[in-house]
Design a protein around this ligand. Structure first.
Ligand SMILES: C[S@@+](CC[C@H](N)C(=O)[O-])C[C@H]1O[C@@H](n2cnc3c(N)ncnc32)[C@H](O)[C@@H]1O
Length: 210
């Protein structure tokens, strides 16, 4: 999404109908952070949520919020506007993370999974499981089965307009079963924003095969 990097901070609050701050705060609260946590934000875009997470952490205690995104221009904007001691950014594909096993205390992702096809959704989830410590959290907010007429309209129009079958996968409801399939505990569906963006919360099992 390099093409959107310079207008993203302007457009996203409009597309989120003025509820972006509330939505991000909700995701933040679900993470139940401690100041020494290491948190990874998959598909971080320009890093608004990554920075909100970083602001809860303490560098001296080892806390860091790391945003990764496949679009170099997104990472350039994020680093310039939001990078600091507890908030860092790197260009990286979510399906090909080069962090050590069990390196993070939480993984979060907002509005990334509808951008990638099913095989990459699964690979990214598998990578998230690998880099998480046992029994810690994964929070995913993304397009899911619409719950209102407007939600259905927006999701089906975006699927058609952007010609993205991967949006169709999301709105057919693949995310929860895929999250469970890679080895996470069955995710709780916390809430739905705007009738089509669901928030899921889960954990890596204590006894994981990874
Ligand atoms: C709609 S934006 C969401 C940005 C941010 N998380 C938010 O909630 O505002 C989706 C982001 O996913 C990134 N993305 C798409 N495919 C990716 C991949 N395979 N790995 C990592 N990031 C990817 C895009 O570059 C884009 O910045």
């Amino acid at each position: 999404m390099d093409h959107a990097a310079f207008v993203y901070d302007f457009l996203e609050p409009i597309l989120m109908l003025g509820k972006l701050a509330e939505y991000d705060r909700h995701i933040l609260s679900l993470l139940e952070l401690k100041e020494n946590n290491k948190v990874l934000d998959l598909g971080c875009g320009t890093g608004v949520l990554t920075r909100m997470i970083g602001d809860q952490l303490n560098r001296e205690a080892g806390g860091v919020s790391l945003g990764i995104d496949a679009a170099a221009k997104m990472i350039r904007v994020a680093t310039r506007k939001r990078g600091n001691a507890t908030c860092r950014f790197e260009v990286m594909a979510a399906e090909d993370l080069y962090f050590d096993d069990s390196a993070f205390d939480a993984v979060v992702s907002s509005l990334f999974f509808h951008h990638v096809p099913l095989d990459l959704k699964e690979k990214a989830l598998w990578q998230a499981l690998r880099i998480l410590r046992p029994s810690v959290k994964l929070i995913i907010a993304d397009m899911h089965v619409p719950t209102t007429f407007m939600g259905a309209l927006v999701s089906h129009v975006s699927r058609w307009f952007f010609m993205q079958p991967q949006i169709g996968e999301n709105i057919s409801g693949v995310l929860p079963s895929l999250i469970e399939k890679v080895g996470f505990i069955s995710p709780a569906h916390i809430t739905t924003y705007f009738g089509y963006i669901a928030i899921f919360a889960t954990r890596k099992p204590e006894e994981s095969r990874l």
